[in-house]
Design a protein around this ligand. Structure first.
Ligand SMILES: [Zn+2]
Ligand SMILES: [Zn+2]
Length: 97
């Protein structure tokens, strides 16, 4: 199983619905309603330099030119949902920044 973060780049491009649908079937075992959970995981990017929130698809900050990154929503180590302010996972200690 790959990380759910890998899916976000497909969700912006063509065939996004098909990819999300196929992924939902794999992870849920065909359970209805799982797709809604995945769609909620798409967060707008945020500037790493000044912290300004941006729109989906923006790569650089319109305010300072800093790099826009989509914030982590789940720990890469254990997949626990994480808070934006956390620097380390409270479950497994994985570095989050
Ligand atoms: Zn910025
Ligand atoms: Zn963790």
């Amino acid at each position: 199983m790959t990380s759910s973060r890998d899916l976000t780049r497909y969700q912006r491009g063509e065939g996004a619905a098909e990819v999300a649908d196929a992924f939902a079937k794999i992870v849920s075992g065909g359970k209805p309603g799982y797709k809604t959970v995945i769609e909620k995981k798409v967060f707008p990017p945020k500037c790493v330099n000044c912290g300004r929130g941006g729109d989906n698809g923006q790569k650089f900050c319109p305010q300072c030119g800093g790099k826009m990154v989509v914030p982590l929503t789940n720990c890469p180590g254990c997949d626990k949902p994480i808070d934006d302010a956390e620097k380390f996972c409270t479950e497994c200690g994985h570095k989050l920044k």
